[in-house]
Design a protein around this ligand. Structure first.
Ligand code: RUQ
Ligand code: CUA
Length: 651
């Protein structure tokens, strides 16, 4: 019997459909359903593995996914929310970039959030989002908040998962880029943001030739106030670091709780200048065999900052490098050159570092490193006086994983999964034996990978997603800018099985995290009506039914408006050319599907008014004319009639 028949029968059986075991796979008959599957497999040229994969991912209409993925939206400055195993996109969350459907960046409240991310006096309308970080309690995702960084314009955003809305963007003029961001400490006390490209701290000017003396890195510890759901910049602090290019970071957990680990490259301190007689930056930065893993005692650093042993730089209390050395906050350990990911194992006992130019992952032992630190047993010092531990005495061993290892995730069974960029594969290896047990090819050039809750103290294993950078031939051609490819892999069987290819038409996503769906407690309405989603509180301008009005005040015309199926009240607004206009609009509905939009012709006004939501928008009515305003969501049978006029009388 051919396997297709076996499977068709199995499917039919599991569906409760009668199916005779006919010897011909194409003519299986008897119950209708079974024969249909075999025929479908033949018609669509599907193997048994294809059908198994389909059965493992197919999610019938109305059924919910088991996991959420929160993926960086790359340059879009957004977060992509995806269901697993279906790989259906559930939402884009607007974060650093205006997003019309959500009205993000088109009303006063959301414009305030975006304005907090201005840099050097400029509005920034894109981001290079890299690493989302779910909030944690005792090292496990708690489903409450999500943080994400912008590498280019070093910023950190706070998203509340009650309404999947960005509540805050913070940025510090201290640094000019970030990459070790965002990671959280095990109870989300701090959100970590460490710089990547050194620059004079605080936005000062110094020629690049003054690199060694004037350029610096830094790691910012943004204090997260969970009760308020916001970062508290006034309780945040930073540590100055030498001018190496600090890379990805991870927080210690369990036995290593209280410490963070940051990779670095360019400890050669090359700064380019390929037209000035220097080697190009990338070769100047790869001269030495080793760079430095940064080992930082953040709990002690928080005490040092609290004790005021800091200097204010650009409004941020900074623990200077010498203080960090004197107080025993900062140590280095050599790591194979130009590494990328550093990933702390679920037990917190080991730190896995992947050297992009090495075929190994290096496994550092926390017990060994802590022993050396406690005994003050240092091999040497770096040029700035930072104590350097012995490489040999710090590592537990190395695993030969393959070409171009980048990032590592874990399952609950003692295995690690490392992405191999050059090899386009994932290596599964044993943490205990440091031996590869299996490899699966991916398409192509994988960067990050994720397993279910795979960077927490209790990974689920189960699913792995390879975040591949170039799809090349995986999908129908769409021009030279190729989609990225998320490949879902099943980890639950004896062998890894590729289940699904998902094109991501927004790049480059870098990292994502996968959380059990039942941990997310999202609300469908804002209650009571009149909530400003960006503060989470009832707006002072919230409008009650029957309180709609137009008031002329010294600062302009205030329109207090409500939206309800299927009208705005008032629906006619008369102003004079040049008037300052303040629209205050409350969606007074409290039903799940009662979202309205508010669009105003020619004034770039576009709001999303979700059930119970209040928005304000201010503008000058400088153009005279007749401007229709209407609801942009098909909210009812009379949605097209949910309209009105904004009349601007000429001067
Ligand atoms: S790195 S492989 Cu920013 Cu995490 Cu991209
Ligand atoms: Cu309200 Cu359409």
């Amino acid at each position: 019997m051919k396997p297709t028949t076996t499977l068709a029968i199995a499917i039919a059986a599991s569906l409760g459909v009668a199916c005779s075991s006919s010897s011909s796979p194409q003519t299986t008959s008897g119950g209708g359903g079974g024969g249909g599957v075999a025929q479908l497999m033949k018609d669509r040229n599907l193997t048994e593995a294809d059908v198994t994969a389909a059965l493992k991912t197919f999610t019938p209409s109305g059924r919910h996914d088991e996991y959420y993925i929160f993926a960086s939206g790359g340059h879009s400055g957004q977060v992509i929310v995806i269901g697993v195993p279906s790989m259906r996109i559930l939402k884009y969350i607007a974060v650093f970039t205006p997003e019309p459907w959500q009205g993000y960046g088109y009303g006063d409240e959301s414009m305030k959030i975006l304005a907090a991310g201005r840099r050097h006096g400029h509005d920034i309308t894109w981001a290079d989002t890299h690493h989302p970080a779910l909030s944690e309690t005792a090292g496990d995702y708690d489903g409450q908040y999500l943080f994400i960084n912008d590498k280019s314009n070093p910023r950190v955003a706070v998203i509340d998962l009650k309404d999947f809305t960005t509540k805050q963007i913070v940025t510090s003029p201290l640094i000019e880029s970030d990459h070790g961001a965002t990671m959280v400490t095990p109870d989300t006390d701090y959100v970590i943001e460490s710089s990547q490209y050194p620059a004079p701290l605080g936005g000062e000017y110094a020629d690049v030739k003054e690199w060694n003396d004037k350029y610096r890195g830094a790691v910012i510890f943004w204090k997260f106030d969970r009760a308020k759901g916001r970062i508290d910049p006034t309780s945040s602090f930073a540590i100055e670091l030498p001018p190496y290019m600090q890379d990805i970071a991870d927080a210690g957990k369990k036995v290593s709780d209280g410490w963070i680990f940051i990779n670095s490259l360019d400890t050669e301190r090359a700064w380019g200048g390929n037209k000035e007689g220097n080697p190009p930056l990338e070769s100047g930065a790869s001269q030495n065999d080793m760079d430095y893993l940064h080992v930082i005692n953040w709990k002690k650093a928080a005490e040092v900052a609290k004790a005021g042993k800091t200097e204010q730089i650009a409004g941020m209390p900074v623990i200077r490098l010498q203080t960090a050395i004197d107080e025993g906050l900062l140590y280095f350990v050599p790591e194979p050159k130009s590494p990328h990911g550093v990933d702390v194992t679920p037990s917190g006992e080991d730190m896995v570092v992947s050297g992009k130019l090495d075929t190994h992952t290096t496994v550092y032992s926390w017990a060994q490193m802590k022993g050396l630190i406690d005994a003050k047993e240092f091999a040497t010092k770096d040029p700035y006086g930072v104590p350097v531990l012995s490489f040999e005495k710090s590592i537990r061993g190395q695993a030969e994983v393959g070409l171009g290892p980048l990032h590592t995730q874990f399952d609950g069974d003692g295995f690690a999964y490392t992405s191999l960029f050059l090899e386009s594969a994932v290596a599964k290896w044993s943490l205990a034996k440091l031996e590869v047990v299996e490899k699966i090819p991916v398409n192509y050039n994988i960067g990050h990978l994720l397993t279910a809750e795979g960077d927490t103290v209790s990974p689920d294993g189960h699913y792995l997603v390879a975040m591949n950078k170039w799809a090349i031939d995986r999908f129908a051609p769409v021009g030279p800018l190729l989609p990225q490819n998320f490949q879902l892999v099943d980890l639950s069987g004896p062998k890894m099985q590729l289940l699904y290819d998902m094109p991501i038409p927004l790049g480059e996503p870098h990292y994502a995290q996968m959380i059990k769906a039942d941990k997310i407690k999202a609300e469908n309405i804002y209650s009571p009506a009149g909530i400003d989603p960006y503060t989470g509180e009832r707006s002072a301008n919230a409008v009650e039914p029957n309180q709609e009005r137009i008031e002329v005040k010294p600062d302009g015309v205030h329109v207090y408006m409500t939206a309800i199926r299927s009208h705005f009240t008032p629906d006619i607004i008369r102003v004079k050319q040049g008037d300052q206009v303040h629209l205050h609009i409350t969606n007074i509905e409290q039903a799940d599907d009662a979202t309205h939009g508010f669009a105003l012709d020619s004034y770039n006004v576009n709001l999303s008014l979700e059930p119970g939501e209040h928005n304000d928008v201010d503008f000058v009515a400088d153009a005279a004319g007749v401007f229709p305003m209407y609801c942009t969501e098909f909210c009812s049978a009379l949605h097209l009639e949910m309209a009105g006029y904004f009349l601007v009388e000429p001067k």
